[in-house]
Design a binder for this molecule. Structure first.
Ligand SMILES: NC(=O)c1ccc[n+]([C@@H]2O[C@H](COP(=O)([O-])OP(=O)(O)OC[C@H]3O[C@@H](n4cnc5c(N)ncnc54)[C@H](O)[C@@H]3O)[C@@H](O)[C@H]2O)c1
Length: 270
């Protein structure tokens, strides 16, 4: 296989973990890693830590030069990025999956044009079972997310509804609704609900509940899938990333695994 150039847009918790791992463990597949961050200092300081890397001055430069672009920035840039990726016939791994809600037509266009768009499992388990269950017929998909106050602070829904998570003294349900509403209210916290929507019943029908407690030390995601093939329940208890408590460590590891799969001809799991 010819070595590939990968571009990482967003040099925070996930982008950094991915780049540091890839530069040490995927040298057989990688020619170069190109970084872009809206904050140039972040891209430069990551470049200094990572071999075979350099920085770019724009997203456009990253897309022009890379074979595979990895988005680890913010959901806001995803629709435009997806459009450009399709136009330039590049491959894309998306982590800010909430940004793909409403982009169903573009995803279909990518599929028709044979453009590879990869959505890692992120901070959850069970996407394999969800996809398989969908073939039999899904009846319901429910996500219950439990987080500590520091892992959810600043979310627009909390501010709009005057909820001070630091004042909570016990386990409290702060949100119940569908995945579209969850992604609007908690754009940085429940990307997993968008992933479940895209893989399953869509954002209107995927149910989401968010529970906060000062006693939680992990980001916990429980998923219940009911289908004509039976029922599946999964629970992951994630250690938050040290550099970004909103992000689970497992999400960075899932991004690494997605990149390993990209280079591997053997596919394990559905
Ligand atoms: N799929 C999942 O399960 C999952 C899990 C956790 C986080 N996420 C999402 O992945 C993304 C990255 O997460 P993270 O923990 O690394 O976040 P982070 O905040 O640690 O890093 C994000 C980086 O992107 C940069 N950035 C912001 N806007 C940008 C823009 N317009 N262009 C270029 N760079 C920009 C920031 O400066 C920052 O360095 C977030 O959108 C997050 O919500 C997804």
């Amino acid at each position: 296989m010819t070595k590939k150039i990968i571009g990482i847009i967003g040099c925070g918790a996930i982008g950094s973990a991915l780049a540091e791992y890839a530069s040490k463990n995927m040298t057989g597949s990688l020619e170069r890693i190109i970084f872009f961050d809206i904050d140039p200092d972040k891209a430069t300081s990551l470049m200094k830590k990572v071999a075979i890397s350099e920085t770019a001055s724009s997203k456009k430069e990253v897309i022009d030069r890379a074979h595979l672009v990895i988005e680890t920035a913010t959901k806001k840039i995803v629709p435009e990025l997806l459009k450009t990726i399709i136009e330039k016939k590049k491959d894309l791994i998306v982590l800010s999956i909430g940004g793909l809600l409403g982009c169903e037509d573009l995803i279909e266009e990518a599929r028709k044009k044979n453009i590879r768009i990869i959505l890692p499992s992120g901070a959850i388990s069970g996407i394999d079972a969800l996809k398989a269950s969908k073939i039999a017929g899904l009846e319901s998909v429910t996500l219950t997310t439990r987080k500590a106050p520091k892992s959810i602070k600043g979310a627009p829904y909390l501010e709009e509804n005057g909820i001070d998570v630091d004042a909570l003294t016990e386990e409290t349900v702060v949100f119940e609704g569908n995945a579209r509403e969850a992604m609007e209210g908690f754009p940085k916290n429940v990307n997993v609900s968008a992933l479940l929507s895209i893989a399953g019943l869509g954002a209107e029908k995927t149910k989401v509940k968010i529970v906060i407690s000062p006693d939680y030390t992990k980001n916990i995601h429980e998923i219940e899938i009911i289908s004509k093939a039976g029922s599946v329940t999964t629970k992951v208890q994630n250690i938050p990333s040290p550099s970004n408590p909103k992000t689970s460590y497992l999400a960075a590891l899932a991004a690494i695994t997605a990149l390993e799969n990209y280079f591997d001809s053997i596919r394990i799991g559905t």
